[in-house]
Design a protein around this ligand. Structure first.
Ligand SMILES: C[S@@+](CC[C@H](N)C(=O)[O-])C[C@H]1O[C@@H](n2cnc3c(N)ncnc32)[C@H](O)[C@@H]1O
Length: 201
């Protein structure tokens, strides 16, 4: 986990490397560990502003892939031809609206975070709501075998969310990246290999 002095170094490095935020190094680390990306993947990035995760994803999926970054505000960085932004509230956005952008996705990311109040239980509740919504969208939009990675602030309800991820995916786990501040209550939920839903008759 990151000590305070390392934050500035990561900020400077992100600037030098052309990334919009140092949070890119959390995604990079989780990609190294869990092999999230490969060329050609279709990626939905929820809570994408200022854009570093989408930038990284667009690089990793290459020209044959697609990255759709969604946020309340439009990120100020440009993506290549394989990426675009959608300004929207993920709490209100429907799966049908997202399907109009791409019929299915292979990887759904969510680094969405509420505007924090400093009241830990209120911030955790707001984060849980965003992450539950991200999971619900992922379950509707992911192709079978697809993956999900989402941030949540640890608090009541997170254990249940982890159970949902474990039930829906072949591999489900919670991870705290090295690049995450030690004092931060954030953890990341990973689901790999969406199971096929049983067909109903
Ligand atoms: C920590 S930032 C994401 C950083 C991003 N992953 C990056 O690397 O640049 C969290 C983002 O979640 C977004 N967010 C919070 N609530 C949202 C909502 N209801 N709909 C869409 N985006 C939301 C915020 O606007 C904020 O830009």
């Amino acid at each position: 986990m990151t000590r305070p002095g390392q934050l500035d170094a990561r900020y400077r490095r992100a600037k030098q490397e052309g990334f919009a935020a140092r949070s890119v190094y959390k995604l990079q680390e989780m990609d190294r560990r869990y092999q999230l990306f490969r060329p050609g993947l279709r990626v939905l990035d929820l809570g994408a502003h200022p854009g570093s995760w989408s930038q990284f994803a667009a690089e990793r999926v290459g020209r044959g892939g697609l990255v759709l970054g969604v946020d309340l505000q439009e990120p100020g960085v440009a993506l290549g031809a394989n990426g675009r932004w959608l300004v929207a509230d993920l709490m209100a956005l429907t799966a049908a609206q997202l399907r109009a952008q791409a019929p299915a996705f292979d990887l759904v990311l969510s680094d969405a975070a509420p505007r924090t109040t400093g009241v830990a239980h209120a911030d955790a509740a707001a984060s849980l709501e965003l992450t539950q919504r991200a999971l619900n969208l992922a379950l509707e939009l992911l192709a079978p075998g697809g993956s999900f990675l989402a941030k949540v602030y640890f608090g009541p309800g997170v254990e249940d969310l982890i159970r949902q991820v474990k039930a829906a995916f072949s591999l489900g786990k919670a991870h705290k990246p090295e690049a995450s501040r030690a004092a931060s209550r954030e953890i990341y939920l990973l689901g790999r290999g969406l199971k096929r839903r049983p067909t109903t008759t």
